[in-house]
Ligand binder design. Structure first.
Ligand SMILES: [Ca+2]
Ligand SMILES: [Ca+2]
Ligand SMILES: [Zn+2]
Length: 339
């Protein structure tokens, strides 16, 4: 199974997910669970209200990271510093959840669910209420996050390069968008289609933060979790990919076999186009164009040039042929050398 990561991984290996599902037999399954409210501190120390469920058994009451309030159940597990997924559903004997990485993974998954529902009337990752599962404490000192094909995984970081990766809303939006992509265009995670896959995830990372964290809007990926001792940096800059060594024009396209053909590098080219389009017509039109292109026009093999055509067609559908929005798409791709 191919895992779509937030960051390049050393080498080019694909992880084969063990056939063992990690599902723990629910020893409470004779007992009904009901929705409950709790709270906990996130990775950056802020307190968040959490949707939990409550189960009472002969052994007592427990509150679990199962959000029953949305059109899809959102569940947050721990891999317990190993690599099994999903691992163990996180629970507490009180309504306080003392696990910052889990608090943010759970809360932000809800925010991203709400974004896709509010903006596009999409019910979860597959558009049909697919359960949203996340596993935190994946491996040890792990500086990455991923979409495994069925769920999200989040490392705790190493404390130097990053803190726990679920602390970034854009990171979680990025990973969930890999899931959305899988059920829509299903862009092959290699070369140009792979870089486009990465770019779509970065774009929705920006769009989701605009929706939910408007007062601290930015064009950066991962600024909240990256290098805790270094201020004002990030993993990537959508507005200026070259700031972190990524190309922003086809003249600088990187031909490599690393990182599935540089999917986290060459994403800078469509990222720059996304920045140019969005800064021209605004997030609220850009996100509609991007979503329509991803769900109606892009296919597994869409490359940068085809992406331009898909986005232009989506803009034509939404705003009319010859509209300023269509022109914005064409001008942006022309300026990054994609015709
Ligand atoms: Ca950001
Ligand atoms: Ca930093
Ligand atoms: Zn990714």
């Amino acid at each position: 199974m191919q895992i779509n990561y937030l960051l390049p991984t050393p080498g080019n290996w694909s992880i084969f997910i063990n056939a063992y599902t990690g599902e723990i037999v629910n020893k409470y399954n004779k007992f009904a669970n009901v929705a409950a409210i709790g709270s906990g501190k996130g990775v950056l120390g802020d307190t968040k209200t959490l949707n939990l469920d409550k189960v009472t058994t002969t052994k007592g009451t427990s509150y679990r990271l199962n959000d029953l309030t949305r059109g899809a159940v959102i569940s947050t597990y721990t891999s317990n510093y190993g690599t099994r997924t999903p691992g163990t559903l996180i629970s507490s004997t009180t309504t306080t959840i003392n696990d910052p990485a889990a608090v943010d993974a759970h809360y932000y998954a809800g925010v991203v669910y709400d974004y896709y529902k509010a903006k596009f009337n999409r019910n979860s990752i597959n558009g049909a209420g697919l359960a949203i599962k996340s596993s935190v404490h994946y491996s040890r000192n792990y500086v990455n996050a991923g979409w495994t094909g069925t769920q999200m995984i989040y490392g705790d970081g190493d404390g130097v390069n990053s803190v726990a990766l679920s602390g970034g809303l854009d990171v979680i939006a990025h990973e969930i968008t890999h899931g959305v992509d899988q059920y829509e265009a299903d862009l092959v995670y290699q070369n140009q289609s792979g870089a486009l896959n990465e770019s779509m995830s970065d774009a929705f990372g920006v769009f989701v933060e605009y929706y939910a964290q408007n007062s601290k809007f930015d064009w950066l990926m991962g600024e909240d979790i990256w290098t805790p001792k270094v201020a004002n940096d990030a993993l990537r800059d959508i507005s200026d990919p070259t700031k972190y060594g990524d190309p922003a024009h086809m003249n600088n396209y990187v031909n490599t076999t690393q990182d599935n053909g540089g999917v986290h590098t060459n994403s800078g080219i469509p990222n720059k186009a996304c920045y140019l389009i969005t800064s021209n017509i605004g997030v609220e039109k850009a996100e509609q164009i991007y979503y329509r292109a991803l769900t109606q026009y892009m296919t597994a093999s869409t490359n940068f040039s085809a992406a331009r055509a898909c986005l232009a067609q989506a803009a034509t559908d939404l705003y009319g042929a010859g509209s300023a929005e269509v022109t914005a798409v064409h001008n942006a791709f022309s300026s990054v050398g994609v015709n």
